[in-house]
Design a protein around this ligand. Sequence first.
Ligand SMILES: NC(=O)c1ccc[n+]([C@@H]2O[C@H](COP(=O)([O-])OP(=O)(O)OC[C@H]3O[C@@H](n4cnc5c(N)ncnc54)[C@H](O)[C@@H]3O)[C@@H](O)[C@H]2O)c1
Length: 438
Amino acid sequence: MRHPAIHVDPPKGRLGVLLVGLGAVSTTFIAGVQAVRCGLAAPVGSLAQMGTIRLGKRTEQRTPRISEFVQLAALEDLEFGAWDIFPEDAYESAATAGVLEPALLQKLREPLAAIRPMPAVFDRRYVKRLDGPNVKQGHDKRDLIEQLRTDIREFARTRRTDRLVMLWCGSTEVYCSEAPAHHSLVAFERAIDANDPVICPSMMYAYAALKENVPFVNAAPNLTVDTRALLQLANEQHVPVAGKDLKTGQTLLKTIIAPGLKARLLGVSGWYSTNILGNRDGEVLDDPESFRTKEVSKKGVLDHILQPQLYQQLYGDICHQVQINYYPPRGDNKEGWDNIDLFGWLNYPMQLKINFLCRDSILAAPLVLDLALFMDFAQRAHRSGIQEWLSFYFKSPMHAPGLYPEHDLFIQLKKLKNTLRYLRGEELVTHLGAEYYG
Ligand SMILES: NC(=O)c1ccc[n+]([C@@H]2O[C@H](COP(=O)([O-])OP(=O)(O)OC[C@H]3O[C@@H](n4cnc5c(N)ncnc54)[C@H](O)[C@@H]3O)[C@@H](O)[C@H]2O)c1
């Protein structure tokens, strides 16, 4: 069935991309966009840039690129800004992160060196393994939020941007569960004024963004914008939000393999996952309180895909363990091992071993690009609140209360493409296929 197309404002002028945290992910993303702009590389891994979308029936042969089908901001029109607790510019920070080769960074030196981080809102109680000098001084939380709001407005004015998006690419904060102060906007604002510790720095950035009508994405597992209070603000301000925690290495594979095992009704008795990682993110996650935030995000995935409550005999007794070990020699090149103990016909046991030698920020950077472009598109399409169609990008997709999150990568991709078809007034693809057979 076709729907009338939704009006989407054209991507006129420049899009400012504000990054909280100018570390490995952010600098690899910015450097990658600059490299693509200069014709040094293709945007590999970006659905928004390289993906296609089938329209109409299979016989119609209409498969445009997504970037042509929906009007996304052009890479030439992106302007970057950032906050970080370290004062190094994006060139120096990328060199420290050690993800990209020095020869490539040298070619991109000028545009990267021009990006200097603004002083951050930071508090060591929330990221215990880090400390840095580029931090705002303020009387209280309200004052710090006002300073962030001024930064946002000044960035838009001085860079002459027409639209903005903000992405939290900062370190993983210590675990924080939803407190009464997060239950409503009134309670949240009261907690800001009382300097309540349940208002974490990431929430202050999210609040500042939403108050300035800037779409907000959370690339880390922190609670941040995933509270009733900030969702209320996003809806009141008509601003889209998305999160949490980019789905890159091991969890990406988990959400590819687990739906396959489930589709064939193969049982799983255990799934043991371990990683070694030597970048700054690995160092932060070496703190048990930050790891707890990550662990919750990583462990939820299997339960939702395998549905043990419906498939008790197959998945009711699964032992799922996840570990991350900080191992500096590997830098950003993460190594993940998975051992899956599965069973088949007559309960005969089998094993599957996966050894993924991946590159954390190389996998994350194209997701940051897609999220910046799709969130800008969502705002131009006048959408607000949780953008569940962007679950494709996250380990812990935000979802409406009462729903379970959709983790299966292929369902997530269908949801994303059908949302684009819907917004453009194209027929949804259901894969029923009845029209081809008399
Ligand atoms: N790389 C991946 O595959 C991946 C996947 C999922 C999630 N993530 C998450 O993305 C985030 C960034 O990862 P990364 O590898 O770039 O880490 P990183 O340590 O290299 O960079 C994070 C940066 O954030 C800064 N920071 C911390 N608190 C801040 C604050 N309050 N304000 C401003 N800056 C602040 C730090 O100084 C640091 O430079 C982490 O939370 C990580 O868990 C990464």
